[in-house]
Design a protein around this ligand. Structure first.
Ligand code: XMP
Length: 512
């Protein structure tokens, strides 16, 4: 794939992925690379531009992340952001020191509109930028000119156009910076000369061609969960190799109401071998008497692999296994030593259990929004492309305590009503994940003239960008009222509905 490439050189900033996404949104392909990447390797990649990210350190400390000064001699345009801006100043002979007062948050910023990245009609001379820094540039390097300032910070941006070096102390990638996306776009198009030809249409074309060449007459196997990533991977592979692809969809019975059928229907007519294994009884029999969340997750994970393996054996020798790994997984795997809060079950991870020659990861360079765009491009059904995240163990971890057929049915029905009402209220695009949880608690109620003693159902809705932190969704009371009323009236054995108003942290999104 020969696209113009921009490198996002990562100095440990919290917004590194966001910068990369902004670049892609401008139609420009980019890759995130560690600041430790040797300069020779960077040169070999022939980037048309480089962006230095922010980072939590101070450039003047001995052990702080840095890069070879040679990078400035390559005649490749560079945009330094926050720490990257300070690093550029530091390495080129300027002076960076600790400020008396740090700048944090929305800050009024004055722009010099003669600068190539600011000089647009729509950018006023004074606008809000998002600042987050303690150090500041006391003296800019020789040959540079200040192009923005704030009331506290004399150098909020600087440039040396002759050397194509630009830097901003604030974060243009963050939405709070007014016209920030435009600044990145102008750096890419006007300074780096990017044409903006990174589209999912072209990506699909090239990926299909490459996969076809690689697979030849081989057999390809994919574990389909119905989630966005595995579904888009299946669509792409089936366009590339047709019936050489077999997708195994293990239906553990803990899917939402009608979901198993929807997934099956979405792939009807795609010309691939679609195997749906209805394994509900098998899973249920192993869940009897189990109420501990981690045990539930473990059993389902193990059983899943067992069923998948049995099915895979029937196909005979497989040459390629497809995994739906996406770019954030790759970026994050570099630093993955966080504590295990829940053992996530992911249908992507099966390589130890199935014999195959090679792994194909057709989405490994794509962000989630690009994966969805690709799915749309390939003509995949909306229910799959726009599907909200759904945990591998499914409703099994949304039924607190022991799982029974009855509880499963209650939850499926209640969850269906909740989703229906959220969609009816037009909130489904704004709430990133919403679902019902069947608590194991019963309480007293009154219905008609009689006493009831039934289950309490919890509703949960969250807004989030990365699912690592989340806020509860502020669903209007009127909508909640309709949901509660319909659920207690239409679903047997529920007499009370509550709404979960905790953020993550301290709570997690799922209850188990
Ligand atoms: P928590 O509950 O940890 O969830 O705040 C964060 C996100 O991950 C989803 N989730 C899972 N996804 N396999 C998955 O693929 C799992 O086992 C799993 N458990 C939780 C959860 O729905 C939320 O989007």
């Amino acid at each position: 794939m020969s696209h113009q490439l921009v490198i996002v050189l990562d100095f440990g900033g919290q917004y590194n992925q966001l910068i990369a996404r902004r670049v892609r949104e401008c139609g420009v392909y980019c890759e995130v690379k560690s600041y430790k990447t040797p300069i020779e390797e960077l040169k070999k990649m022939s980037p048309v531009g480089i962006i230095f990210t922010g980072g939590p350190n101070s450039v003047y400390k001995d052990d702080s992340p840095t890069c070879s000064k040679e990078i400035f001699e390559l005649r490749i345009p560079i945009l330094g952001i926050c720490y990257g801006c300070q690093l550029m100043a530091h390495l080129l002979g300027g002076k960076v020191t600790s400020a008396v007062t740090s700048e944090y948050g929305k800050t009024e910023t004055y722009y010099d509109k003669s600068c190539a990245i600011f000089g647009a009609e729509d950018l006023p001379e004074k606008a809000i930028s998002w600042m987050s820094h303690t150090d500041y540039i006391e003296k800019i390097p020789d040959g540079f000119k200040v192009t923005a300032h704030t009331d506290c910070c004399p150098t909020a941006a600087m440039e040396c156009p002759e050397r194509k070096l630009y830097a901003v102390q604030f974060h243009p990638e963050v939405n709070h910076t007014e016209h920030g996306a435009g600044m990145i776009d102008r750096f890419l198009k006007n300074v780096c000369g990017c044409v903006g030809d990174w589209t999912m249409e072209k990506y699909a074309e090239t990926a299909i061609k490459n996969i076809r060449e690689k697979v030849g007459d081989g057999k390809v196997l994919l574990a389909l969960s119905g989630g966005v990533d595995s579904s888009v991977a299946a669509a792409l592979l089936s366009k590339a190799v047709g019936d050489k692809l077999t997708c195994i969809f293990v239906d553990h019975g803990f899917m939402r109401k009608n979901e198993g059928d929807e997934i099956e229907q979405a792939f009807a007519g795609w010309g691939l071998n679609f195997v749906r294994v209805n394994a509900k009884e098998q899973f249920m029999s192993r869940m009897r008497g189990v109420s501990d969340p981690e045990t539930k997750r473990k059993i389902i994970g193990e059983e899943f692999i067992r069923v998948f393996e049995q099915e895979a054996k029937k196909i005979g020798k497989v040459d390629f296994l497809v995994q739906g790994t996406i770019y954030p997984d790759i970026i994050e795997s570099g630093t993955g030593d966080a504590a295990v809060i829940k053992s996530h079950h992911n249908v992507g991870g099966l390589p130890d259990h199935v014999d195959f020659k090679e792994i194909i990861e057709p989405l490994r360079m794509l962000f989630k929004d690009e994966v969805r765009a690709l799915g749309r491009e390939l003509g995949l059904a909306d229910v799959l492309v726009n599907r909200q995240p759904f945990p591998g163990p499914g409703l099994a971890i949304r039924i607190i305590g022991e799982i029974t057929d009855e509880k499963l049915e209650i939850l499926q029905d209640a969850d269906y009503i909740f989703r229906e009402e959220i969609a009816r209220a037009g909130l489904d695009k704004n709430i990133h994940q919403y679902f019902a949880v069947l608590t194991n608690m019963r309480s007293v109620g009154v219905m008609g003239d009689g006493r009831t003693y039934d289950y309490t159902l919890a509703l949960r809705g969250v807004v989030t960008t990365d699912f690592m932190t989340a806020d509860f969704a502020k669903i209007p009371y009127e909508v909640l009222e309709v949901c509660a009323s319909r659920i207690v009236n239409e679903v047997k054995s529920i007499n009370r509905v509550v709404y979960d108003v905790t953020t993550k942290p301290p709570a997690t999104i799922e209850w188990e």
